[in-house]
Design a protein around this ligand. Structure first.
Ligand SMILES: Nc1ncnc2c1ncn2[C@@H]1O[C@H](COP(=O)(O)OP(=O)(O)O)[C@@H](O)[C@H]1O
Ligand SMILES: [Mg+2]
Length: 475
């Protein structure tokens, strides 16, 4: 089994050294200088807030610096420190002098702080502030959007380190080097396309590259377009679900859920269906299912009490609650095929089928009556439906005359379709018998008459033939 487990490329190609973090020179310099000031025990600010667009290397840089400086990295996501007590536990550990705790220095990393809700996680932000004031170790906070008012207190206590959106050139450079390491044939225009679409988010670019490489074995422009475009168009709901399940931050998950027209009680079915495809770590799954079932409880309470205030909690549970439950990055960001929930799968097929039958039927009618298909749909089909529901014999004859397929007949009358189809078959048999009879009679007749004719002619013909034979044998 373990051999089939694949490390997703975003994990495999995470920078191991600061050199490998591309195009964040300013951030690198500031951050390393700040860590060094901790090592020489005179930090100006005890916390640093790294901020910038997703997939620009914030987490990567902290990890690379920790590795290079031989510091132990205590890394936590918002889900780990939502409660004040969690942060107090961390704070206690970090307020002890470092020589007592371990020989190695530490970095405390609180990722996705903008995922902390100032309402739901009341106290958590103050607890982080306390942590920064009392810490004996560097405290690193990471946020996408640091300008949220709820983070103001934290901003004041932190050295602000900005990450730039990566340029298309940066993204292409990394993608190319990954192609080289994977010995993957990558066309330049395909790399260009992936980079363009990523808008500087290297994480999504790498995920896209992996998906194309895995699916097609070779990264060509057409393969890339095919894969990424279908993902755009047909799989809109899938993308929303994917965005929810792979969200690192609670705000991302919440925001994604607003990108669809699906009602929350529909969306939850999609999430439920695809959760086990994305999250394969049993512990993650267990936590996520718990979040889903809590959302479900809220939904049934809303139905019972008509208390719509609960909707926000339900949505929070099924989006952020589920997303933050999935921690195992081996699966979390891996591109996997999604599927609609079973009832939608079925009805989608049925609906598509019905639409197709209706189109075909309209074409048949239009051809017969020399009208447009839209007239056939608006004027003729409704009339046929009345006939098909009420007059079996006439319906069967019409069906026969128009040469309708069984599904067209069933489309025209659900209640009596089967009977009509049977009757059509009987009529067809009858006609066949009739035609056979007529054909037989006709051929008998024609044979009889041509037989007479032939006996007259055949005399001459045989003469000719025998003469021919004579001629032949004489040669
Ligand atoms: N500046 C960068 N240099 C090299 N790789 C990067 C950079 N930014 C992102 N990546 C790649 O994208 C993935 C996600 O990066 P990450 O550091 O988690 O982004 P952020 O924390 O800014 O959202 C990493 O695994 C890495 O492979
Ligand atoms: Mg990150």
């Amino acid at each position: 089994m373990s051999s089939t487990k694949k490390i997703p490329w975003v994990v495999k190609y995470r920078p191991k050294k600061t050199d490998e973090v591309v195009n964040q020179e300013e951030a690198k310099k500031l951050f390393i200088k700040w860590i060094d000031s901790w090592i020489s025990k005179k930090p100006e600010k005890k916390g640093a807030l790294l901020y910038g667009p997703p997939g620009s290397g914030k987490t990567s840089l902290v990890e690379a610096v920790a590795a290079e400086k031989g510091l132990e990295l205590l890394e936590m996501n918002a889900s780990d420190y939502r409660r004040t007590s969690d942060i107090e536990r961390i704070a206690k550990a970090s307020s002890r002098a470092r020589s007592l705790v371990s020989a190695r220095g530490k970095i405390l990393l609180l990722d996705e702080v903008d995922g902390i809700s100032d309402v739901a996680d009341r106290g958590a932000l103050e607890a982080i502030l306390d942590l920064i004031k009392n810490t004996q170790h560097p405290v690193v906070l990471i946020a996408n959007d640091p300008w949220n008012p709820k983070l103001r207190g934290l901003r004041d206590e932190c050295l602000m380190i900005r990450f730039r959106r990566l340029t298309k050139t940066d993204v292409k450079k990394v993608l190319r080097s990954i192609c080289a390491s994977e010995k993957l044939v990558c066309d330049d225009d395909a790399i260009d396309y992936v980079a363009e679409k990523s808008e500087g988010d290297l994480r999504s670019a790498i995920n896209d590259l992996e998906a194309v490489g895995e699916g097609f074995g070779r990264v060509t422009l057409s393969a890339t377009k095919a894969l990424l475009r279908t993902r755009d168009r047909d799989l809109e709901t899938f993308e929303v679900v994917r965005r929810i399940l792979t969200s690192k931050y609670s705000w991302q998950a919440r925001e994604a859920s607003t990108q669809t027209d699906l009602a929350p009680d529909e969306l939850i079915k999609w999430i439920h269906e695809n959760l086990p495809r994305q999250a394969q770590d049993p512990e993650d799954l267990w936590r996520a299912y718990e979040a889903i079932s809590r959302a479900d409880v809220y939904f049934s309470r809303i139905v019972r009490s008509q208390n719509w205030d609960l909707l926000a909690y339900a949505v929070d549970m099924m989006t952020a609650g589920v997303a933050l439950s999935i921690k195992n990055e081996q699966y979390k960001f891996k591109w996997t095929e999604y599927s609609p929930p079973p009832e939608i799968r079925k009805s989608a097929i049925v609906a598509r089928e019905v639409r197709r039958v209706r189109e075909d039927l309209a074409k048949v009618i239009a051809a017969h009556l020399k009208c447009s298909t839209s007239t056939a749909k608006s004027d003729v089909i409704p009339l046929l439906k009345v006939i098909f529901d009420n007059n079996l014999e006439y319906a069967a004859k019409l069906a026969l005359g128009l040469n309708l397929s069984d599904s067209m007949i069933t489309y025209l009358s659900e209640s009596r379709g089967e009977q009509i189809v049977k009757r059509v078959e009987e009529l067809r048999q009858e006609i066949r018998r009739e035609t056979r009879k007529t054909v037989l009679e006709l051929s008998r007749e024609s044979r009889a008459s041509s037989g007479r004719a032939r006996t007259k002619q055949s005399g001459k013909k045989e003469e000719k033939n025998s003469r021919g034979l004579e001629n032949f044998s004489r040669k």
